[in-house]
Design a protein around this ligand. Sequence first.
Ligand code: LLP
Length: 425
Amino acid sequence: MDHFHYRDGVLHCEDVALPAIAEAVGTPVYVYSAATFRRHAQVFRDGLSGVGAKHLAYAIKANPNLAVLRVLADEGYGADVVSGGEMARALAAGMRPEDIVFSGVGKTRGELGCALDAGLGQFNLELEEEGVVLGSLAADRGMRAPATLRVNPDVDAGTHAKISTGKRENKFGVPIDQAATMFGRLAGVGGLDLRGVAIHIGSQLADLAPLAAAYRRIGALVAELRTAGHAITRVDLGGGLGVPYRSSDVIPSPADYGAMVAEVTRDWDVELMFEPGRVIAGNAGVLLTEVVWVKPGVTDPYVIVDAAMNDLARPALYDAYHDFVAVKPSGERMVANIAGPVCESGDTFAMGRDIDRVVSGDLAVFRTAGAYGATMASTYNSRALVPEVLVDGDRFAVVADRIEPETILAAERVPEWLMPKNLEG
Ligand code: LLP
């Protein structure tokens, strides 16, 4: 459930009419609903009520906006981070270092050192060598780094290949058949406090079966590690639960997911860590855009909007579907292609889609754009970096500025030897 709804024929985010935001901030602009973030945070937590000790670490890659992180910190969420930049955001938002998990397949030595200095609560190791390096960095500081070993369970998550992470050939984790021996070696590394294992098999999962299968494999591994004499106190179950992008999508609810987790992990006797991203952020945001032109096409017309693949990359990258609705629907429909202004045919959001009839100057939104939207934006075609607005009841604020092309241009330089004589000095 989200807080985007029509009131008197006009799409609102909570109590704010979207045209008011377009008027104040311009388009394209991401609009987030604080109430929806809070609700999703609560629903996910409630879904896990049958699970004992747990820690919720929001995967901030889904939407790392500082204001969003504040909302989630107030909901008691920590963070799952994958870079020094994400760590800095989580800390800046007021999350406690011990509530932050550091994941990621390519953490640099510099990032590991900073994270130790900041006192992060958990490092998810992706390879044995990383554990050895982390251990020595921690020992140099007179510390022991709390860690888990990320295991690749070799399970097909049944999602898009580019966001599948739990198959043997993916770059993530250590092979499950080598995990116990590797764990044994890492347990002997001074400076490392190896507490358990971690897993994350993919994103936008619409079926609980692969998750349950992967978790069962992890359960068997935990038992094997305990038999070998290791104290296992933590298992990180990652994120991945999908969200409905179409009204016809059937996705397990957080309650379904929680019931499965409670069942599979019943005898584990560990603290469980969760790293939800999309399920918290996806339906909490829309990308508000204006129709620039409606251009005749061979079969269907092209609705050219002022948002493009640089603002919302998911359709171009993963053929992702985002619902497109008019802010003030007339009740009439049309079949159209929806595209942005970028000079690539890939800058197409939909082909042959049945949508609200729109004309030049109309406002519309791409729905379910709160996760992996603004954070994946670029300035391709020297377009502005898209701004973000947070709505909270009847208030709204710009929570990320539009970065204008001039600002980006100002950060570039022509070296002195390339300057034309007439521009020198
Ligand atoms: N934990 C780890 C280690 C991850 O790699 C991810 C996502 C998550 C948690 C959060 O997964 P979620 O709950 O959001 O599914 N850009 C893609 C999604 C990439 C997901 C990467 N890892 C998209 O737009 O669909």
